[in-house]
Ligand binder design. Structure first.
Ligand code: PEP
Ligand code: CO
Length: 449
């Protein structure tokens, strides 16, 4: 694959896995045509700012917190749900930063995280076989032939929902909601009453006192924008390549191409073949990009992947998101860390402790255990400590709501509890209490590092 021959559509001649079986009546082409002329969701300059921020992560001066939904939903779309997800991410970031002294780069799995890779093309229930649910950008999760038919108009609905989500996120993060003066208000009632909620209250009290101290010494916090606003970036898996291509624009300032559907996009574990379409598309855009890496990747392959996605070795350009599983991270990660470091590639290493630890519980629900999630994170930190590399960040699936989708945590959710509020349309997410608890545990690991 040579850099010179890249165009936004050069992926089309290659094998593209996980693409929907779109209708051939021209509706796909018409939706993509519309998308190729709509305004971009993000600007190239913002994507460059994120590369710079991730560059600081790559050299050990910051920590990446990438978090949000497994799959955003067209149905559960509301200002409240966006605010609650942002609130828990801000809480986690404050815990990480305050407890470890390391700044947190905040990236949401939000405002575009609609497409899902599936392990099977079809799903069979009671002898009826239908196409799998592939995320609301493609079809609907309910089990009927009509709902499961890929509908190209959903591409435009996904763009529109991303635009209004991002609009609200920008308002919240720059317009007062993220002000450190409001640090207590990020603690929601059902969280505040829990042990980790109370721990958070204490930390928020300390931040209040620090702000008071600043005022008393004559430093006016009002004049320090960093205390009142946060930089919050968006990301999703670049799975549906037609959609990503249609939102790719040439930056007038640099002449480079940016995928303007999000600040950062990543390649999933199932579509990272070096000669495949997703790799081809992603290598040519100038955004910061990510790639999931699971236990089957080898040391030569990971170095080649780095060469393909970041030939110029720009710090912050490439984030490798390790998702090994708690039982495998101990053996598999260290050789990969060493190979990438020996090859001189400046990557961000992030730990996705979710996707390698999913199983079906006895009650028949897809779930994850909080302890396995923590175990994988511990293994990730241990591998980095042993190799002398920087455990750059975590990548988690969460919601701000009081759901019961993952087992364990301080509230000790059991299999029987999963049915209470199991609301995800795809993978099980940490609830707000579990997310906050995770942030405290990661902060402890970071402070030891
Ligand atoms: C995901 O992040 O939702 C996902 C499908 O992950 P992976 O590609 O690592 O399986
Ligand atoms: Co998921």
């Amino acid at each position: 694959m040579s850099q010179e021959s890249w165009t936004p559509d050069s992926w089309r001649s290659l094998k593209a896995d996980q693409q929907p079986d779109w209708p051939s009546d021209g509706s796909l082409e018409s939706a993509l045509k519309t998308l190729s002329s709509v305004p971009p969701l993000v600007f190239a300059g913002e994507a460059r700012d994120l590369t710079a921020a991730l560059g600081r992560v790559a050299d050990g001066r910051a920590f990446l917190l990438q978090a949000g939904d497994c799959a955003e939903s067209f149905d559960a779309f509301s200002a409240d749900s966006i605010r609650e997800r942002l609130r828990v991410i801000l809480q986690m970031a404050v815990v990480l930063t305050y407890s470890s002294g390391v700044p947190a780069v905040k990236v949401g799995r939000i405002a575009g995280q609609f497409a899902k890779p599936r392990s099977a093309n079809t799903e069979t229930i009671d002898g009826v076989e239908l196409p799998s649910f592939r995320g609301h950008i493609v079809n609907d999760s309910s089990f009927s032939a009509e709902a499961r038919k890929p509908d190209p108009h959903r591409l435009i609905d996904a763009y529109n929902q991303s635009a209004s989500t991002l609009n609200l996120l920008r308002a919240f993060t720059k317009g007062g909601f993220a002000d450190l003066d409001r640090v207590h208000k990020w603690n929601k009632e059902f969280v505040a009453s829990s042990k980790q909620g109370q721990r958070y209250e204490k930390l928020a009290d300390e931040i209040d006192r620090a702000l008071q101290f600043m005022r008393a010494t004559g430093v006016d916090p009002a004049g320090v924008p960093a205390l009142h606003e946060v930089d919050f970036y968006t990301s999703h898996e670049a799975l549906i390549l037609g959609y990503e291509e249609a939102l790719t624009r040439k930056d007038s300032l640099t002449g480079d191409y940016y995928d303007c559907s999000a600040h950062l996009v990543w390649i999933g574990e199932r579509t990272r073949g070096l000669e495949d379409a997703h790799m081809e598309f992603t290598r040519g855009i100038s955004n910061p990009v990510g790639c999931k890496v699971g236990p089957t990747i080898g040391t030569d392959e990971i170095v080649e992947l780095c060469e393909t996605l970041n030939p110029d070795r720009i710090p912050g350009r490439l984030t490798l998101i390790s998702r090994m599983g708690a039982d495998k991270v101990g053996d598999h990660l260290r050789p990969l860390l060493r190979a990438v470091a020996d090859a001189g590639h400046p990557v961000v290493w992030a730990c996705d402790p979710m996707h390698g630890n999913t199983f079906t519980s006895t009650s028949g629900r897809k779930t994850r255990h909080f302890e396995s999630i923590l175990d994988e994170i511990r293994g990730f930190f241990a591998a980095h400590a042993a190799e002398g590399t920087w455990p750059g960040g975590v990548h988690v699936e969460l919601t701000g709501d009081d759901v019961t989708e993952c087992l364990g945590g301080a509230e000790e959710l059991l299999d029987d509890d999963l049915g209470l509020r199991y609301e995800t349309i795809c993978d099980p997410r940490l609830n707000a209490r579990q997310s906050l608890e995770l942030a405290f545990r990661v902060a402890e690991l970071l402070s030891q590092d």
